[in-house]
Design a protein around this ligand. Structure first.
Ligand code: CO8
Length: 393
């Protein structure tokens, strides 16, 4: 039975909220980078060896036309089409093994800390240190990322417990916009005075969801964790804080980026981790549809604040594809577009889902001076777009 045909939804959340004199600031941020990296050369060599074996094993079916051969991947293509040169992974073992083609992670008991909570804590501690805060100063923990390794207890509550934080914690999933949407929720809590200090964690453990046997997507993602402290400016102890002047969120339903695995696979009698249920996308369509949406979104957001693009010193954009970022920068800034204004980190980190714009923010903010403006902007699956206009305190 078909319940619904095509469903489209558009929702927009404008961020011009003002609650008395309260101001929310980003008082600290941090990154945790996994110890293992994989270069394009390593990845392509492994994939191509896998493809050769696959094609030999399936020669009869391929010749009969019942299955397609696996085409060869290429380092040149990857660098030209995406700008990605390297990625970090939580676990490297197993990924390059042509008999496995996925990470090999030993299971942990319920009594041990989970992998994602561990990643989140490392980044969280760095953010707390940057904000000159102790875990006990925090009253809300949000884990905002593309996947969580289980539904409950939430990863956020696990981190809250492990760090010794009072108050409450919850997980939220908005794919590539999880981090910016999480910071927005934190800002709203500060402005409405339901919280004083919020720790937002983005443990992007993506490599388990990558189909390393798929030439079109095997190179795209990497693992990382980022963390941000948002707090009431009145209480801020940090000398490197940024005021969040405004935030804006938008979602538009699209099937062009999908991941289908989930608990219903059990009753649908489908293989939950078959290729069609892992990450897949129509990359070209995403590129064509998302770029103009992002440009429009950012222009409108700045207009709402009576700001011009020339007033923005730094654009910390989502990091999915270098050509996308360059196109968006050119549309926003014309001839003034440059790698200095809109830094790229995906050559080193690849697409780290919601953490990408936050990595750029972490690594490219030290030279900004008091009063300088910057924009963090995420975009991706959903579709979802989130933007934050910041001013260096
Ligand atoms: N090596 C050699 N050739 C290749 C390879 C490869 N590895 N891959 C594809 N090709 C081939 C294609 O098959 C195609 O061949 P043909 O012309 O014969 O059909 C040709 O190269 C060109 O392919 P494309 O048109 O697909 O190439 P593009 O120039 O469009 O580049 C990209 C592909 C890089 C994927 C590009 O389209 C892109 O980056 N688009 C934007 C996508 C994007 O931003 N997506 C967001 C995704 S992520 C997100 O929102 C988060 C989700 C949550 C995290 C999930 C984690 C798993």
């Amino acid at each position: 039975m078909k319940i619904l045909g095509k469903v489209e939804s558009i929702a927009e959340n404008r961020g011009n909220i003002s609650m008395g004199d309260t101001t929310a600031v980003i008082s600290g941020s941090g990154i945790w980078i996994p110890p293992n990296s994989i270069s394009n050369r390593e990845l392509v060599e492994s994939y191509n060896a896998f493809a050769d074996v696959y094609n030999t094993r399936n020669e009869a079916a391929i010749n009969a036309g019942s299955i397609a051969p696996k085409p060869q991947s290429s380092v040149d293509f990857i660098e030209k089409a995406s700008g990605i040169k390297n990625r970090y992974v939580y676990v490297k073992e197993g990924i390059l093994d042509i008999n496995r083609m996925r990470p090999l992670m030993p299971p942990r008991s319920d009594e041990e800390i989970s992998q994602q909570a561990e990643m989140a804590m490392q980044a969280g501690r760095a953010a707390l240190e940057a904000a000159s805060l102790e875990p006990s100063d925090i009253d809300v923990v949000i884990v905002a990322c593309s996947y969580t390794q289980r539904s409950y207890p939430s990863i956020a509550i696990e981190v809250q417990h492990a760090l010794g934080i009072n108050g409450f914690a919850f997980d939220m999933l908005v794919a590539c916009s999880s981090a910016t949407f999480g910071i927005q929720r934190a800002r709203e809590m500060i402005l409405s005075r339901t919280a004083n200090r919020v720790l937002i964690l983005n443990p992007e453990l993506i490599s388990p969801q990558i189909d390393f046997t798929d030439r079109d997507s095997h190179f795209i993602f990497g693992d990382v964790a980022t963390a941000t402290v948002v707090e009431n400016a009145d209480q801020c102890r940090s000398s490197r804080a940024f005021e969040i002047i405004s935030s804006r969120a938008a979602t538009v339903y699209s099937n062009n980026i999908r991941s289908n695995f989930g608990h219903l696979s059990r009753v649908m009698d489908v293989e939950p981790f078959a290729s069609e249920n892992l990450f897949h996308q129509s990359g070209r369509k995403v590129f064509k549809e998302v770029c103009p949406m992002v440009v429009e979104h950012l222009k409108e957001h700045l207009q709402e604040q009576q700001m011009d693009t020339t007033e923005v010193s730094r654009w910390w954009l989502h990091q999915a594809n270098i050509n996308m970022n360059q196109l968006i920068s050119r549309k926003l800034l014309g001839d003034a577009a440059s790698a200095d204004k809109a830094p790229i980190v995906l050559d080193r980190f690849a697409n780290t889902a919601s953490a990408g714009s936050l990595i750029a923010f972490n690594l490219h903010q030290q030279d900004l001076e008091s009063g300088d403006k910057g924009v963090i902007c995420s975009f991706g699956a959903g579709y979802s777009i989130g933007s934050l206009i910041l001013s260096k305190c």
